[in-house]
Design a protein around this ligand. Structure first.
Ligand code: MSP
Length: 641
């Protein structure tokens, strides 16, 4: 294989101390991993050949590796950084200390300058959405669950350096809302203002960091819906016809005859219901506009074939695929104004009102058109949705977009439902859990943590207040809370300092230190992958395993004894290692429990600019940092367990 010399210029500060320029020989442009493998091997070979007198040269090579890594592999960076500091210990005393400090500074600078998760160096714009919520009823924790999933991924993407657009809002048109307003004896506009306000407050109280809150009654949205309708119409996808069939107002959905069944009511009468949702259907026979859905089957199949990642989890991908194995029938996309007045009129025909799902789905496009981002953010990166609205997002929405000549969304993330006593939470069943009641009990942190810890997208979850309290107490108050108060408490940390940490800190703690070191090194990358795959619960499990590891380490080291026996080096090492682990834990948990993580990082005196994902890993550091002055209690135990 042809050898190619790669030249890396050392930082001018170090040129005086190290050799001028280092050449590393490795293969020509190849898949990154092979190239890095070669670089790493080459470095190792050189290291083996070096005697301790050549210490500086050795160090220079490591710096080079660190610089390579900035554009490449984080694993290599870490390996080199560890070797680097270890090796620096062999630098002869005298100039050694300054030398070491400068090197550490350099590594930190390198970390700050490079985003290690984008090898092409380009941040990717990330556009995530929640469904817009019906305003017929108040928010419940099912709604909040959707929003927290979207929020965690928005926060995670911000941490890894991507510009984020994150939209949420309210779905305010349609028969369902018209009827709800009537029941509340209120004019629909006022009714919507009120309930939309309740959603906004609930989302704020749950620390949802949306960038746009869209309401379908806004004029920017109406304009977009009109423009889109006209495009569909010009492209020949809309025609006037007659719709005869069943309609479910609760789902705002047309239901085929074979998808309905008769259900016995408690009074002995029979009611026809939708088999999917068990909600009543009514027979409609009316003139309206139809959308040529039947023409889009092949295009939809092609979209789906772009990979199973389009719809996750796999079972929902398979479900949509199975729907597309059958014929699609054209979809009614308007209702006579005499039946439905609360909606957006069809352009040029005010006797008809646009079907509420077409209106609602277009909220995503209204947001994109009004995005503050400099980038063109279409298509959406991911729509987070509950499984009950899969057909609308997995069939109708991409069909509308394809017909109008737009790209369909890159992906859908489908989650299960929260059940109470094995039944879906709903206003009609009367088993709704309000987010505010949970916040009052366990705070927004406790609620978010519970939803993300217990919520497994592929299945339904059973909500239990008892369990929510138990989990918040055991993980947030005991697990992480203890870890932080142990290392920040005045008895073992009288100077209230976060100590610098180096490989020798771990080494001097013996095998408990090396066990924790390997856990601490492994965890961030695993968490990164789990978060990226939407497996937040798995990421949290990994963080909690690290917390248990650190608490176990602390217990084994018995720092209170070390203090008594005057073993100050070991005591400092124990404290430094524990604090570094707590810092990593706090950084990793930011997408899940933002304000809790903020308190943790504030307590540890971590500067704001040191909280992005580049810092979500072990970092050697020689400086001492003052702890924050706030109390070390991050999450007071909840008594009502
Ligand atoms: N308005 C439509 C969405 C239009 S998006 C273009 C709608 N609204 S909804 O208020 O009924 O539901 C909003 C979201 O909350 C959906 O993703 C739905 O799946 C989710 N949830 C509603 N009840 C839920 C549970 N009990 N559990 C989990 N999520 C649930 O559908």
């Amino acid at each position: 294989m042809e050898q190619q010399a790669l030249h890396y210029q050392l930082d001018p500060v170090l040129v005086n101390l190290c050799d001028k320029e280092i050449q590393i020989h490795c293969g020509p442009e190849e898949p990154k991993n092979t190239r890095q493998g070669q670089v790493e091997e080459c470095l190792k070979r050189k290291f083996d050949a070096l005697s301790s007198v050549e210490c500086r040269r050795h160090v220079a090579l490591l710096i080079t590796a660190v610089q390579i890594d900035i554009q490449a592999d984080p694993m290599l960076h870490r390996a080199c950084a560890i070797d680097l500091v270890t090796f620096c210990k062999d630098v002869p005393p005298g100039d050694g200390r300054t030398f070491r400090a400068k090197l550490c500074e350099q590594i930190n600078r390198n970390y700050q300058n490079g985003s290690r998760y984008f090898s092409n160096g380009q941040p990717e714009s990330f556009f995530v959405t929640t469904p817009i919520f019906y305003v017929n009823a108040e928010p419940h924790i099912g709604h909040i669950y959707t929003a927290v999933i979207a929020d965690s991924s928005a926060r995670f993407n911000r941490l890894i350096g991507n510009p984020v657009t994150f939209s949420t809002g309210t779905d305010e048109h349609g028969l369902k809302i018209q009827q709800a307003a009537l029941c509340a004896n209120n004019e629909p506009g006022q009714f919507c203002d009120h309930v939309s306000g309740l959603f906004r407050t609930a989302l704020k109280n749950c620390e949802i960091s949306y960038t746009d809150y869209i309401r379908t009654t806004e004029s920017r949205h109406k304009e977009n819906v009109h423009a889109f309708w006209e495009t569909l119409s010009e492209k020949g996808y809309i025609y006037k016809g007659k719709y005869e069939g069943w309609y479910c107002t609760a789902d705002e959905a047309f239901v085929a005859e074979d998808q309905t069944t008769l259900m016995k009511l408690p009074n002995g009468q029979e009611q026809r219901v939708s088999m999917e949702s068990n909600r009543p259907v009514e027979w409609f026979s009316e003139e309206n506009y139809l959308f040529k859905l039947s023409k889009l089957r092949e295009e939809l199949r092609r979209w789906l074939k772009s990979g199973p990642a389009v719809i996750r989890p796999l079972r929902h991908y398979n479900l949509v695929k199975s729907w597309l194995d059958q014929e699609l029938i054209d979809l009614s996309v308007s209702r006579p104004n005499s039946r439905l007045s609360w909606g957006i009129p069809v352009p040029g025909d005010s006797s008809q009102t646009i079907y509420v799902w077409l209106d609602a789905l277009l909220n995503y496009m209204t947001v994109a058109k009004h995005s503050q981002s400099e980038m063109n953010i279409w298509p959406p990166s991911v729509h987070v949705i509950g499984k009950d609205i899969l057909k609308f997002h997995g069939i109708y929405w991409p069909a509308f977009l394809l017909a109008a000549g737009f790209e369909p969304p890159k992906s859908l993330l489908v989650h299960g439902h929260w059940l109470v006593d094995e039944q879906k939470m709903s206003k009609t069943t009367g088993n709704v859990v309000s987010p505010q009641s949970c916040i009052n009990l366990v705070t927004a942190t406790g609620l978010r943590y519970f939803l993300m810890h217990e919520g497994v997208p592929a299945s339904d979850g059973n909500f239990s207040t008892k369990r929510m309290v138990r989990i918040a107490n055991s993980d947030l108050a005991d697990g992480i809370g203890n870890l932080v108060s142990r290392c920040c408490g005045k008895s073992l940390n009288p100077l209230q300092m976060r100590l610098g940490v180096s490989p020798s800190s771990f080494e001097s703690c013996g095998s408990p230190g090396s066990d924790l070191l390997s856990l601490l090194e492994r965890t961030p990358d695993i968490v990164h992958n789990e978060y990226q795959q939407w497996n937040f619960y798995k990421g949290i499990d990994q963080v909690m395993a690290l917390v248990r590891g650190a608490n176990g380490f602390f217990q084994t080291m018995e720092p209170w004894k070390l203090k008594k026996e005057g073993e100050l080096d070991k005591l400092n090492a124990t404290m430094a290692v524990t604090m570094e682990t707590a810092r990593v834990v706090g950084t990793l948990l930011q997408p899940i429990v933002p304000s809790y993580s903020e308190r943790l990082l504030d307590k540890l005196g971590v500067p704001q600019e040191d909280r992005n994902w580049d810092f979500a890993r072990l970092r050697w550091n020689t400086t001492e940092t003052a702890l924050g002055s706030q109390p070390a209690v991050l999450f007071p135990r909840i008594k009502s367990e």
